[in-house]
Design a protein around this ligand. Sequence first.
Ligand code: 0A1
Ligand code: ZN
Length: 874
Amino acid sequence: MSSSKEVIYRKDYQEPNYVVKSVDLAFVVEAESTLVTARIQFEVNPKQDKNELFLNGVDLELVSIELNQQQLNANKYDLNERGLSLHDLPDAFELKTVVKIYPSQNTALEGLYQSGNFFLTQCEAEGFRKITFYPDRPDVLAKFTVTIVADKEKYPVLLSNGNKISSGDLNDGRHYCKWLDPHPKPSYLFALVAGDLDYIEDHFITKNNNKVQLRIYTESKNIDACDFAMQSLINSMQWDEERFNLVYDLDEYNIVATDDFNMGAMENKGLNIFNSKYVLAKPETATDQDFINIEAVIGHEYFHNWTGNRVTCKDWFQLSLKEGLTVFRDQEFTADLQSRSVKRIEDVRYLRSAQFAEDASPMSHSVRPDSFIEINNFYTLTVYEKGSEVVRMYHTLLGEEGFQKGMQLYFKRHDGSAVSCNDFRLAMADANSVDLTQFELWYSQNGTPQVYIRENYDAGKKAYSIDFMQAAPDNYKGDVAWQPMHVPVKLALYDNEGNPLPLNDAGDLQLTYELKEISQTLTVNGVEHQPIASLFQGFSAPIKLHRQIGHKELAFLMKHDTDSFNRWDATQEMQSQIIIGKYQALLDNKNYNCPKYFIESFRHILLDDGIDSALIAEAITLPSVKSLTLKLAKVDVLKLFDAKEWLIKEIAYQLEVELLSVYNQNYDSSDYRVNSEQVAKRSLKNRCLSFLLQSNKKEFAGLAKDQFIHAGNYTDKMTALSLLTHQQVDGFEDLLGAYFTEWQDNPLVINKWLSIQATIPASDTLIRVKQLMELPVFSMKNPNAVRSLIGAFCGANITQFHAEDSSGYQFLADQIIELDRINPQIAARLAGLFNDYHQYNDEIQHRMNEQIKRIHTTDGLSPNVFEIIDRAVG
Ligand code: 0A1
Ligand code: ZN
């Protein structure tokens, strides 16, 4: 293994030798290059007492270096491709370096780079080292002052973190801005923007009566698409004060939108940078889901100001400390503002199909990993989504009040410092005087825990009991033997009329039962007849439940469970059973008919006026092929896909009348609003339409065409276009062509157009994708375009990615190899699409493996792609 593929271990953590007292940066920004002067005040860390220092620095052209105003002798430092080592240092000193960097050549989009005609930075996790020599690690916190100098006409806007303290004109047409961030921060939160941008402005008055100036910057052509994001920011600030008592701490809050970004958005102190996908939205060009995502991501980045910025991570292994907690906060924000039940269902649907898949893959890692080669590969579903589930379990165990007490103690103890997941757990435990020692296992053990249950009703004793048995995940990889976890089980029992039964002497109708042992029994006395249990309500723990449950019990829970999540989960379980039944029949060449009870229960849900439309829409959305794959082994993925398609068609034929009537009832021609009621109606209506189109009847194609032509909103328009295209209904090419002509200058809209085509389930789609890659609207340098076209084809077009001639796998491998030279982070994300290969049957595994091996033996792989592929090879 070459030195750039070195493995970093959590156990090797050492405090820094020197702390940074202050940093003064000066940037002279020019079109071809930027000059960066850094003056850094260092002081020895008495705990280490070592007079040597390593400063990270990558791709930097060193112009000069001075220590305490004296030019530094070349024998006092060593320079290599990773950075600068200094020896024989005094206990306190100032280091001044001048370096030159070339942002317009930076295609990795890490450090300082160019987007359109402006410059911007991305420093998390380790991008600051591409800007200047620095101890680029999250536990070195310092106060930053930043001066930016640039041509005034070309770069009128000059932004950095904190508050602007001065600005003015210089000679020769240049100007400057000086920024001071009073809050000590790690280098990964540094940001700078320079360019010609427009902005919209508003303000927020905090509960401490501080007026905060809020601005959203974007290229001027998009300035009319920022209002929703601004309102979302104001809502986030308000919500964090109300629910968490957390108040903003600067006089300005700036957001900048860019079309060129590796991730969703970045929480740099006082200067968030956003993928334009999560800022720009107008009713003519954004779907309901786009609006909802914008609100959530604006919230997420804002909430990081306290959970991430004020209290940050000691090392990158603790990433979930800020990410799991902040995802939990953004989920609660959406739940409080929109529909709590729908939000929970959607989050769990995502967790179960995507995070559970990661947990079962060669990339499986614990919420707090023990090692990595490239930290950028660990911005994962496990760290984010499972991390949030772990935080949610504290909330379940301690209640809202106890959880908030824990949060307060956490800030009291750690504000202004860099800490660990353990510090968070201890704050929760100490604030509530409870022992959460065993809870640590949620951070240290990888994989999805399994819980098996056995129910027993003793009519004579009128006692009902459940045995819970915990088991290790299949691919547990810890060094020590797997141990049972601390698992909260929210539950209720119902009698056969659907009335909840008391669970204890206190008469509680709902309980959080805590599992701690490998096997444990809960007994409820005084139960007159065989009851039905609702377990893990609200998905109270991120586990896989093994429970033998028949369709009668499922139908009962669908009808009577007071927990809306479990009502929905019963629908999903019943649907999974049917699809898997059909799949087995296809494998064995046997007949399988759709059971009557299934269609009846589906009809019942579809027509139930007692349920909110949004929940009906969730209930009639069948489980994803990915989540079904995880319930099986050695899967023939094309047959599984066929089994699901068969069920969709059965529903479409047998419930045509009902689907059409629900479609018509939910057609809403009032003015477009993104409120829960309208969003619910649209999603239910559009799901009905997607079933109807599967029956291949001309009249329903006509219905979709009408919807496309007359839609008063983009959600309806896009759904219709996508359904017509996927069904390849006569004339769909013309619709796509007209759409392109209208929107070719709007990348966000065009990316959707690319995705729709990439996911056509037809044998010529790969050819189409390759043709689309030739268009000027596509660029390998633009991550959104790559995700929309290549990502959509390989990640969401099951029949074509898994084509039997392996063309999909070959295509993916080719793209990974090419992209790795341009943008290793995005290449590594694509490489992750090979990670589920071992879920498939031997023949598929073999064909996927050929391509995985081909990548593995390619010379000059980045550490990013190498780590993913090396784990896949095993
Ligand atoms: N901290 C950001 C996510 C993020 C991570 C890495 C990035 O660049 C490599 C950019 C953003 C968040 O959680 O929103
Ligand atoms: Zn985050």
